[in-house]
Design a protein around this ligand. Structure first.
Ligand code: CUA
Length: 339
């Protein structure tokens, strides 16, 4: 039965794959931070291009001269003037190299300062905690019931400073959404902060950029930048407790969730499930992707993931759940109702 179920769910997964998890491009910045990094990229690119062209020109000249000389027997002569010219050429080449490197160093430092300069006007604060292999995303609030916790999807309002507090629950991860800002390490036991501000609405893909174990490549995220109104709507929906199941199948699904291993790791606010080992599932159906952008959030993918997560992401902390087909079906219906 299990093998058959796996087969069906994997076929569904395969069919459902073409979901756009957003795009990312270092040279298509959507935030001033990424814009500064792109500027530095082009400056360094053209400097290096000039150096490369000069090197080739020098090499070509030297080759041409050497060919002329080698066609004649080499006379051994004292040539003081020639020595002097060679010394001068070498000295200037060295100085130009050092000056070029120094200019690049200064530009890098200036760009780093520009990217980091913290703006203080009413930022939105987000706490991002790296886990093997997903991102816990919290919008802290002094009132506990106004705090939002989600996973892998970071909603931000447009043109508003977003301060990100970072931490890690296990090993070093690195937050990188190339269209938005540079890489930021998430170090266990060490809180740090950075900020960005998105200027263009859209879904921007991000990826863990520090090797963190077997599923490092499957540790994606998306930054969803939307208007202030839409962001507030999203916040209001996320603050709510989980929706009550409205059909008998969904009610059965909630029962499955609360009587199986699910509640050992996950939270669904408004139910007895309150563990924080895995992602908060209170509004799991509102997310586009599951398993850190590994699978689209469809019934088939969800079922496949629940039954055999080790096949999809070997090494993940989630253990297999060999549920009876009816139970699995009901559980998926319930999870999909959690908008
Ligand atoms: Cu987390 Cu690589």
């Amino acid at each position: 039965m299990n093998a058959e179920l796996n087969f069906v769910s994997f076929r569904l997964v395969a069919q459902a794959m073409p979901v756009d998890p957003g795009h990312h491009h270092v040279l298509q910045p959507a935030a001033p931070q990424a814009g500064n990094i792109e500027w530095l990229y082009w400056v360094v690119f053209w400097i290096l291009f000039a150096v490369f062209a000069l090197m080739l020109a020098g090499f070509a000249t030297a080759t041409a001269k050497a060919r002329v000389i080698s066609s004649r027997p080499l006379p051994i002569i004292e040539d003081e003037e020639g020595d002097h010219r060679a010394r001068w050429a070498l000295g200037s080449a060295l100085s130009i190299t050092v000056i070029t490197l120094f200019v690049i160093l200064v530009l890098s430092v200036v760009t780093g300062k520009r990217v980091e300069g913290l703006s203080s006007k009413n930022p939105v604060t987000i706490q991002i905690t790296g886990h093997q292999w997903w991102w816990e995303v919290t919008y802290p609030n002094s009132q506990a019931d106004q705090t939002i916790t989600t996973a892998n999807e970071i909603h931000v309002p447009l043109n508003t400073p977003v301060v990100v507090l970072t931490n890690s629950a296990d090993v070093i991860h690195s937050f990188w959404a190339p269209s938005i800002t540079g890489k930021r390490d998430l170090v266990p036991g060490y809180s740090s902060a950075f900020w960005f501000q998105v200027a263009k609405a859209g879904i921007y893909h991000g990826q863990c950029a520090e090797f963190c174990g077997l599923q490092h490549a499957h540790m994606g995220l998306s930054v969803i930048a939307e208007t202030a109104d839409k962001f507030q709507e999203w916040q209001q929906r996320q603050i709510k407790l989980a929706a009550e199941p409205s059909t008998s199948e969904a009610i059965r699904g909630r029962g499955v969730f609360l009587t199986h291993a699910c509640l050992m790791c996950h939270t669904i606010r408004g139910t007895d499930a309150g563990s924080h080992l895995g992602p908060d599932l209170t509004h799991v159906a509102s997310r586009k992707m599951i398993a850190a952008e590994t699978l689209p959030n469809t019934a088939g993918a969800l079922a496949g993931w629940i039954v055999d997560p080790q096949r999809i992401k070997p090494g993940t902390l989630m253990s297999p759940n060999p549920l009876a087909p009816d139970d699995l079906q009901a559980l998926v219906v319930y999870l999909q109702s959690l908008q």
